[in-house]
Design a protein around this ligand. Structure first.
Ligand code: SF4
Ligand code: SF4
Length: 428
């Protein structure tokens, strides 16, 4: 059955054009241009829905949106902006034709690389060689990268590969420490298996320390979040079906992710597959089990046997955790339970840092401008460490510390908990 992925009239009609979302929009705050605000973008979507052509200008304004969903939280009328922007991008994808080179690159990345464990490991190996053989150091020291403009900027934002890759744990079941209280599955991501292998390991340890038996199911694949944000909803549906086949019918108390960006899409599999009779019901079951790891840990009696972490930290909300999933207090509650730790809030902690999936690679200038402002907010707290709940934000904030920071560490919430359990003698 053909599915129309264009913005729905009922969703568009909810916007009353009040403008109360404008101040929450990073691109509007940066540019002051109505067409780069949520209200302006919705206005343009309405024009297209009424029959206006998809112009290059329309595509640019829709493309420049971070899909951070800050406007969704700010909107008093309940406009589902995330759904609108994803649908607008899917509509553009279906009705326009990109240049051949862009089509080939997108096909290779989205349909071949991200869903393939083999290709990702191959790419990770290549990146590891570049980063560890001295070539990267040489190129950076030579200043060549700075001279080649955008490519140099992109290179500076590229993640570091962490060996051994987390893929080695596929199919493993980690026992609970002490009495088993919960059976959970951990979705370890796609690129995160290469670049956040240590974070995934820390997540497993923290869950084990909290009485969880943790399964890393070998049938899992990329969640499809990057695909959805790029308007490639059919490709995302294929990945969603694979994850549902692997996990929806198994006897888990919860399916977990440590990535706010992935969690938001995983929790919306029911919308993605609502017109698929074979998967709609199973997608709802999957979504019912899906939880962010912060949300899960804050919902159980947290193992209190933690050692002290004597630091002042500030928490940067992951947009897709705060605005997409409405999870704001759970990470803060967890941090407040760590002995010795002081949490100091930064101004506008839920304003996007500019990471937004691959946005910082595609719209590097805007991403870096947003990052500079974010680091001003971070620096104003004088915190020793920035804590967040999404690997993409961690990468962006690390780049921010290098450019504008004072040597702050950047960690995920579960890494802080892991440290506390280690110093408290709770290692597994
Ligand atoms: S999205 Fe919501 S807050 Fe923004 S203009 Fe429309 S109704 Fe107002
Ligand atoms: S999703 Fe973010 S960048 Fe896009 S319109 Fe909303 S607030 Fe602005």
């Amino acid at each position: 059955m053909a599915v129309s992925d264009a913005p729905r009239r009922a969703d568009l009609d909810k916007c009353v054009h009040c403008g109360l979302c404008l101040n929450a929009c990073p691109t509007y705050r940066e540019l002051g241009v109505e067409m780069d605000s949520p209200r302006g973008r919705i206005y343009q979507m309405v024009q297209v829905a009424n029959g206006a052509p998809i112009t290059e200008a329309y595509q640019e304004h829709i493309d420049l949106c971070l899909a951070c969903r800050g406007c969704e939280t700010a909107c008093p009328s309940g406009v589902k902006y995330g759904r609108l922007i994803e649908a607008a991008r899917a509509d553009i994808e279906r009705r326009t034709r990109r240049p051949i080179a862009a089509r080939i690159i997108r096909k290779l990345v989205f349909d071949y690389l991200l869903p393939s464990r083999t290709l990702l490991q191959f790419a990770g190996g290549g990146l590891w060689l570049y980063q560890r053989s001295g070539v990267q150091r040489l190129l950076r020291a030579s200043g060549i990268l700075k001279k080649i403009g955008k490519l140099g900027e992109v290179e500076s934002l590229a993640p570091s590969v962490e060996t051994p890759f987390f893929y080695r744990y596929m199919g493993r079941v980690f026992p609970a420490q002490g009495e088993r209280k919960h059976r959970v599955a951990l979705l370890s991501g796609c690129i995160a298996n290469l670049c956040f292998a240590r974070l995934n390991e820390a997540t497993v340890r923290v869950l084990q320390a909290n009485g969880c038996e943790v399964t890393i199911h070998s049938g899992q694949t990329c969640c499809g979040a990057l695909h959805v944000h790029a308007g490639l909803r059919e490709s995302a549906r294929k990945l969603a079906r694979k994850n549902i086949d692997a996990l929806a019918d198994a006897a888990f108390d919860a399916i977990l992710t440590n990535a706010g960006g992935c969690g938001s899409t995983l929790k919306e599999y029911d919308e993605l597959l609502e017109h698929d009779p074979a998967y709609a019901e199973r997608a709802r079951r999957f979504v019912g089990l899906m939880k962010d790891v912060n949300e899960f840990l804050a919902s159980i009696d947290l193992n209190p046997r933690m050692g002290k972490v004597r630091e002042v930290v500030t928490y940067q909300d992951s947009c897709h955790l705060a605005h997409g999933q409405r999870v704001r207090s759970a990470p803060r509650e967890l941090l407040r339970q760590v002995p010795g730790l002081t949490l100091k809030e930064m101004p506008m902690s839920d304003l996007c840092c500019g990471s937004a999936g691959i946005y910082n690679i595609v719209h590097t200038d805007m991403a870096l401008a947003l990052l500079e402002k974010k680091m001003q907010a971070v620096n104003s707290t004088r915190a020793d460490r920035i804590v967040t709940a999404n690997p993409g934000c961690m990468l962006q904030l690390r780049a921010g510390v290098e450019r504008h920071g004072h040597g702050q560490r950047v960690s995920h919430v579960v890494e802080v908990l892991d440290e506390a359990y280690r110093t408290g003698g709770q290692t597994v």
